[in-house]
Design a protein around this ligand. Structure first.
Ligand code: SF4
Length: 335
């Protein structure tokens, strides 16, 4: 029976078991914590119907003011390094930073973490500006069904994303895509997704589940069911044993983590890091990983990791602020 049919027939446990074995065999038992580092709160496009930025765009007069300070970005990278997390990617709405500026930030982060970064900075024709500071390029596909994509993300055509990813591959970068579940897709739409992964030779996929924002058409849409989410990830793992899979879970859905790991996740993401660090929510993430029979790389709870030498004096005040925020978390994080 094919995998899509198995999802439709709710044979989720069956595919989870198979996916788990494939994952352990090909990837071992380590799970990473991933942190997307945002460059700005501005997006030039601002019309993807599910996106928080689409509700903010009319409120922001000057895109430059929505940029984060570079010191804050670099201090966040240093904190992520201290906690043993990975940087999922550098992410920024379109049009907030120029390519040389992004390259400069990526270079400094590479120096801080010793790892080249993934980019998720929109469709660009300037990839040849990047070098060893960048490991790969992410296409924010969100939904692989072309008709749905056209409706939901009218300003970032699929063709432009696939062209960029092809160029990224030609330049020697790795390739990733992001997908959001719960935007109205069906299990059959996995055909589009799997074709894309195969044709573009995608190295990494990041699945998120819809996080319904007020002031968007999805405000009253439920998040996708946990077993549907796990089923989609498991089927993708079975199809692509070598693929790196990251799955996003917001703090109100931590119980998804265990099933998503069994389904084939290599890493988990989408947490409000500084608010959750050291709280029972952070501990819950660690327990979800442990009860899935995996070993967590890094920590969500150990305050001993927070101290360290600052990479530069300019970052010190920002590091202090982040550390204070982590240590203040003795009250519980409110969802
Ligand atoms: S391009 Fe990205 S940041 Fe901009 S509206 Fe769409 S999803 Fe949001």
């Amino acid at each position: 029976m094919n995998l899509i049919q198995k999802i439709k027939d709710k044979k989720i446990l069956e595919i989870l078991q198979e996916a788990n074995q494939i994952t352990l065999k090909n990837h071992g038992n380590e799970i990473t914590l991933e942190r997307a580092i945002f460059l700005s709160w501005w997006c030039d496009k601002g019309d993807c119907s599910f996106c928080y930025m689409s509700s903010q765009k009319p409120l922001i007069q000057d895109p430059k003011k929505a940029r984060r300070r570079v010191e804050a970005i670099l201090a966040e990278a240093e904190m992520v390094r201290r906690m043993g997390w990975n940087i999922e990617f550098l992410s920024g709405g379109y049009g907030a930073f120029t390519t040389p500026e992004i390259k400069n930030i990526a270079t400094q982060i590479h120096q801080i973490t010793d790892n080249p970064v993934w980019l998720n900075v929109g469709i660009t024709s300037e990839l040849d500006a990047y070098g060893e500071e960048v490991t790969g390029v992410t296409g924010a596909v969100e939904v692989a069904n072309p008709e749905l994509h056209q409706k939901i993300c009218p300003s970032k055509p699929l063709n432009d994303i696939t062209t960029m990813l092809t160029t990224a591959g030609d330049l020697g970068f790795k390739k990733a895509i992001t997908i959001i579940l719960g935007l109205g897709e069906t299990p059959e739409d996995l055909q589009y997704l799997w074709e894309m992964i195969r044709d573009l030779e995608i190295d990494r996929i990041i699945f998120y589940s819809l996080n319904p924002h007020p002031d968007t058409p999805y405000a009253d849409t439920p998040q996708p069911a946990s077993l549907y989410y796990a089923g989609v990830v498991a089927a993708t793992r079975i199809k692509f044993p070598q693929l790196e899979i990251i799955t996003g879970t917001w703090v109100d859905n931590l119980a998804n983590i265990g099933p998503l790991i069994l389904a084939g996740s290599n890493g988990i993401t989408k947490f409000p890091l500084f608010k959750m660090f050291g709280t029972r929510y952070g501990r819950r993430v660690e327990e979800e990983v442990q009860w899935a029979g995996r070993k967590l790389k890094g920590t969500f709870t150990d305050p001993a990791c927070l101290d360290g030498e600052s990479p530069s004096v300019e970052l010190e005040p920002f590091l202090k602020r982040y550390i204070k925020s982590c240590l203040n978390n003795k009250t519980e994080y409110k969802v």
